[in-house]
Design a protein around this ligand. Structure first.
Ligand code: MG
Length: 394
């Protein structure tokens, strides 16, 4: 048995190796929220959330505020085993404010708290954090197995033609089976881009196109006809969230499946998509979906309603979220796609003692050990911490 006695709530800023640019945003660093949980027996755990105003409406400030407001020690109590921790967290969903009808406005914060608590207790009980999946209330509805090696997707962002050619050629040489290509950048000649990229990736590579809400439904219809030659397996979030329900109308139905990303952050979003008859694939990302357990519930909802699902990531997430994603990715079967573990490719200085970046062709193995299975260099974490608030429980 063990209780939470202290929380560290940290705003961290991670320098990125290169600017992240897509249709709805552009930035040089990533502002994340890290929670450090201390148990009374000295065990600690770390969790992370990536608040993005254009995804869940959260800011770093709102996430820090939410984390301070939750009585986490009493939510978890004094569990006798890891299953007890998971049951307590599975039953905990923060109350949504009245101006948040999708009930997603503290998802990144909840993710940060949940993963920290799971990590601390998993270390205390000597089990990997991935065991949480087996104790979830929806475990029986989701294909979950022993951890196995996985393959991550590559990603091609909008660059000049020269750099895009190099990216695509590298991905082919490295043997990526799946590549996500960002589209919808204003003024870009998407036909020429996709022609170059498809030629270099070869005909067997699975290509997904992510427009990050750039098009109207009519533009999406027009682009999907013009880009059909590149044989994308799916379009991700082609239109803004506000227009996503239009895709349920017969005139906007496409021969390609649509992946919901910005429009799929919580159970209300999932229900809206199912009722509206749009969105064939759910992009599950731990932070925007509120953590591991709410993400698993969304996967169960997808399965029950004939939808497919993939596991995405937030560019700029630290090795904490990479490791949590790995725990899910290596255990949950039938993921349509898998993104994440870009660490060394995206971050100027990942602060884990191990490098868990994927290898050639996106290949990665399950992480061993208890908890998240990584050790964090706390001095390096301190060096990227912008603000920190400690809360102690009596
Ligand atoms: Mg996306």
């Amino acid at each position: 048995m063990a209780r939470i006695v202290k929380l560290e709530i940290r705003h961290i800023r991670l320098a990125l190796k290169k600017k992240i640019k897509h249709a709805s945003h552009e930035r040089n660093d990533s502002e994340n929220v890290v929670t450090v949980v201390h148990l009374d027996n000295g065990s600690t755990g770390l969790g992370e959330g990536v608040p993005r105003p254009y995804v869940t409406g959260e800011t770093v400030d709102s996430a820090l505020e939410a984390l301070q407001s939750w009585p986490l020690a009493s939510i978890v109590g004094d569990p006798v085993d890891f299953a007890g921790v998971v049951r307590a967290l599975d039953a905990w969903m923060p109350q949504a404010s009245p101006d948040d009808p999708r009930a997603i406005g503290s998802n990144a914060a909840r993710c940060s708290a949940e993963i920290a608590i799971l990590d601390a207790y998993a270390r205390h009980f000597g089990v990997p954090i991935g065991d949480a999946l087996n104790f979830s209330a929806v475990a029986a509805d989701v294909p979950i197995g022993e951890p196995v090696p996985v393959r991550y997707s590559g990603a091609i962002t909008a660059e000049n033609p020269w750099k895009e050619r190099i990216s695509a050629t590298k991905m082919r040489i490295w043997g990526f089976r799946q590549v996500k290509v960002k589209v919808g950048i204003p003024g870009a000649d998407e036909v020429a881009r996709l022609r170059r990229i498809r030629r270099r990736l070869g005909s067997k590579c699975d290509i997904r196109l992510d427009a990050n809400e750039a098009w109207t439904p009519a533009e999406f219809r027009a682009w999907s006809e013009r880009l059909a030659f590149s044989q994308p397996s799916a379009y991700e979030q082609p239109v803004p969230h506000e227009a996503i329900d239009e895709l349920g109308k017969p005139e906007f139905r496409q021969p390609f499946p649509v992946i919901l990303d910005e429009s799929l952050c919580g159970p209300i979003d999932a229900e809206t998509a199912i009722q509206g008859g749009f969105g064939e694939i759910f992009n599950i990302r731990l932070s925007k979906c509120g953590g591991v357990l709410p993400s698993l519930r969304l996967i169960a909802t997808a399965i029950r309603n004939g939808r497919r699902y993939g596991l995405g990531c937030h560019p700029g997430e630290s090795p904490i979220l990479s490791a949590a994603g790995r725990a899910v990715a290596t255990r949950v079967r039938d993921l349509v796609f898998l993104e994440g573990s870009y660490d060394r490719h995206v971050l100027a200085e990942p602060f884990a003692k191990q490098d868990i970046t994927f290898g050639y062709g996106g290949k990665a193995n399950p992480l061993g050990g208890s908890g998240l299975g990584i050790e964090i260099d706390m001095a390096k974490l301190d060096s990227v911490t912008v603000r920190r608030k400690d809360i102690t429980y009596a």
